[in-house]
Design a protein around this ligand. Sequence first.
Ligand code: NAG
Ligand code: NAG
Ligand code: NAG
Ligand code: NAG
Length: 374
Amino acid sequence: MAESREQLPQEVLALIFRYLPLRDRAAAAGVCRAWAAAATCSTVWRDTNVSCDSEWEGMLPPYLSACLDHIHNLSLEFEPWRKPSRWAATKLLTALAGRAQGLRGLRLECRGEKPLFDAGSDVLDAVHAVCRAAPALRHLDLRRLPFTLDDALVLQTARGCPELRSLFLDNCTLVGSVGPDSVLELLAACRSLRILGLHLASLSRAALEALAAPDRAPFVLLALRCACPEDARAPALPDEAWAALRRRHPGLGVELELEPALSADTVRRILQPSVPVAALRLNLSGDTIGPMHFAAHHYAASLRTLEVRAAASAELDQALEKLAARCAGLREVHCFCVVRPAVLGAFLAHCPRLRSYTLKLTREPHPWRPTLVA
Ligand SMILES: *[C@@H]1O[C@H](CO)[C@@H](O)[C@H](O)[C@H]1NC(C)=O
Ligand SMILES: *[C@@H]1O[C@H](CO)[C@@H](O)[C@H](O)[C@H]1NC(C)=O
Ligand SMILES: *[C@@H]1O[C@H](CO)[C@@H](O)[C@H](O)[C@H]1NC(C)=O
Ligand SMILES: *[C@@H]1O[C@H](CO)[C@@H](O)[C@H](O)[C@H]1NC(C)=O
């Protein structure tokens, strides 16, 4: 074994080591000189996925901490309710903050439940420290972090990360803490931002106008989550502002996620005809049929993904059939109630680009799996 191991060139070893968890990389580095050289080279560390599944994972022996310099993209998963996992994630982020000059992308994901009344300040402080020390950061994805993000983090990103291309802040139960003013500052500082995910309450007419300014880089995706009381109270974004944004960025797609906290009136206020809606996710406690008719009329040209959570009804089936007939560009449709066969027939007949659908004709045990179109 030892002989064949020595014959493997460093590049080949590095390609293998890339897929090892941190603890195994550390172990590999201890085997021999050739392996140490391979395990610490930049190929191995450039894109690093870490899943803090135990107290050992996520911890780096000090002699490997220089490897953090090589990381371009870090994707970090942890379980907030398990202390060792959380501790390891916080430690790793804190160590990274000391060596984040070259960091381009950071994505955090929490698995499992989070403890009640958990503000996540340990983890958020570490993220803050990374953003302060990563001037080359281009992608920051905090969608899977179930903690309330605040103005301080957004302002830190605005001041510390001028190269930012994509930022996702749209997942927390309570917002109100990322205000429209800090988003405006972010847009002013990060001129190359192309992708932004936010709660509706963080967006303003002024932000739409800033995005439509002539000197901005092409803006391609705005993901808007409308889920909490702050979103329901947010001032309306006028149709003219959407129309101007759309003229300025013809490639822009908007993803709208509407959750039960919204009243029918609020939904009507959010759905303006000129929003270039590419994805519509409806999970409303009130009327779902009205928004679907509206989408069939106004979003037919741009709609690519539709997701509906509602009770089965003949009206819903009709609305789905009408939508299928008008929205020929749909790639995905997922409806989480039983529909009549004509609904499935309508999507298959009218939407030639359909790739995946969840349209069940009989009740099935959950979770419902989508059907992929060959
Ligand atoms: C990291 O995860 C992403 C997606 O989750 C995957 O595309 C990529 O190949 C992974 N990289 C490594 C080195 O495992
Ligand atoms: C780093 O992550 C970003 C966004 O998650 C992605 O667009 C980019 O391709 C990744 N870079 C590499 C080298 O994988
Ligand atoms: C928000 O975070 C929770 C916990 O990490 C996750 O289960 C959920 O899918 C996230 N929601 C979105 C819209 O990403
Ligand atoms: C839809 O709303 C229900 C009720 O509030 C909630 O429990 C569920 O998680 C939501 N589903 C999605 C996918 O957001």
